[in-house]
Design a protein around this ligand. Sequence first.
Ligand code: DAT
Ligand code: MG
Length: 141
Amino acid sequence: MSTSEKTLVLVKPDGVARGLVGEIIGRIERKGYTISQLRMLQADRALLEQHYAEHQGKPFFEPLVEFMLSGPIVALVVEGNRVIEGFRNIAGTTDPTVADPGTIRGDLARDAGTKVTQNLVHGSDSVESAAREIAIFFGGK
Ligand code: DAT
Ligand code: MG
């Protein structure tokens, strides 16, 4: 049985604004995963409300959408065995203050003092989320 998976990775507006796209993509490549699709875009509200549907109603939802609208993002489909778990490991935990050193968030992000946590990257959290999110950003291809 193959364990090859796809995940949706986003470099969020803080990552693009800080010039960390290459650093983040480089870490994914050096880990050995395959980048199979990539696009830079300015997201709109409808796309983000769909992408973050699970967080609707939470206090950070509106700040999260506003933050994700604040500048261009880079969307990638990344493939490999157990890549969903593997990318979330190299990304580190949600809160960059306590994310482990060696991770993207632990090495490159910190508390920005904003209503929403700014942590450079998104990675899908399950096979189902990945399929749903890839369809949102890449039209189901
Ligand atoms: P992750 O991106 O680690 O999967 P998540 O899906 O729970 O985290 O939340 C999506 C994003 O929302 C997260 O990357 C940063 C922000 N966020 C999550 N929890 C938050 C909180 N308690 N306060 C502020 N922002 C938060
Ligand atoms: Mg999440």
